[in-house]
Design a protein around this ligand. Sequence first.
Ligand SMILES: Cc1cc2nc3c(=O)[nH]c(=O)nc-3n(C[C@H](O)[C@H](O)[C@H](O)COP(=O)(O)OP(=O)(O)OC[C@H]3O[C@@H](n4cnc5c(N)ncnc54)[C@H](O)[C@@H]3O)c2cc1C
Length: 228
Amino acid sequence: MSAKAVILRLLGDLALKQAVVTSIEYFGSHFVWIQVQGTREQAASYQPGDKIQLLLPMDEVRTYTPIGWDADGQTSLLVYVRGGSPASQWAEQVRIGDPLRFLGPERSLPLPEGPLSMIGDETSIAVAAAYQLARPESVACAFESDVDLSAVTKKLGLRPAMVLPREVGLGHCVDLAQWARERHHASGARVGLTGGPTLLKTLRGKLREAQVPVKTRAYWAPGKTGLD
Ligand SMILES: Cc1cc2nc3c(=O)[nH]c(=O)nc-3n(C[C@H](O)[C@H](O)[C@H](O)COP(=O)(O)OP(=O)(O)OC[C@H]3O[C@@H](n4cnc5c(N)ncnc54)[C@H](O)[C@@H]3O)c2cc1C
């Protein structure tokens, strides 16, 4: 139980918004795609790149990225399940009809108009999908991952330019940087970079060296919980 969760629970409806789970789809053992019915008011304040902070039933708060939010109040979340953690446990047990209580939508990774190269890991598929939905012609994506992303990216309409396994020496960051640099030279694409700290630090350095504009947001970090 986290202090933030306890405060949010005490504040209740004064702070938290509410929605309902309407559909759940599993992609292997690693991803759960959760469709959610919220309200028109929630949709009205949404922009791609936004986050919500979910109050989980076990009194923990975790951050997720809504993929679109249509005028009728429908959105969806893609949860990466690593097993054993509070969010994994919740995503494996969530059922249609369950209420969701959350803060947001709040700005997290606003990116300027124009072509984008979205780079990240398993936690970044949703933000890439959110931008792709908003700007179908101008978004491309690439990921580092050791799990199979093909089914889930296909379902969300993403066609990653590359999915590279994590390497100890981070050689894959050279390939990701080169891809982003080529896209930047060809179309002016800026980079939205999200995920864990090692990818962020290494790739941000390489992109800055290559003078490719990049905006980063850490989505998780070893030993920390509930980053937002
Ligand atoms: C703005 C924002 C948007 C996000 N959007 C999404 C999203 O749409 N989908 C999604 O799946 N995640 C997303 N995340 C990441 C997600 O909030 C974290 O991975 C979160 O820690 C998961 O909670 P947990 O209960 O599984 O693990 P926690 O209990 O929070 O973490 C326990 C430990 O596990 C490790 N850990 C946490 N996450 C990872 C990981 N991904 N890979 C390896 N080790 C990890 C860390 O060492 C951490 O200390 C987002 C994060 C932020 C900040």
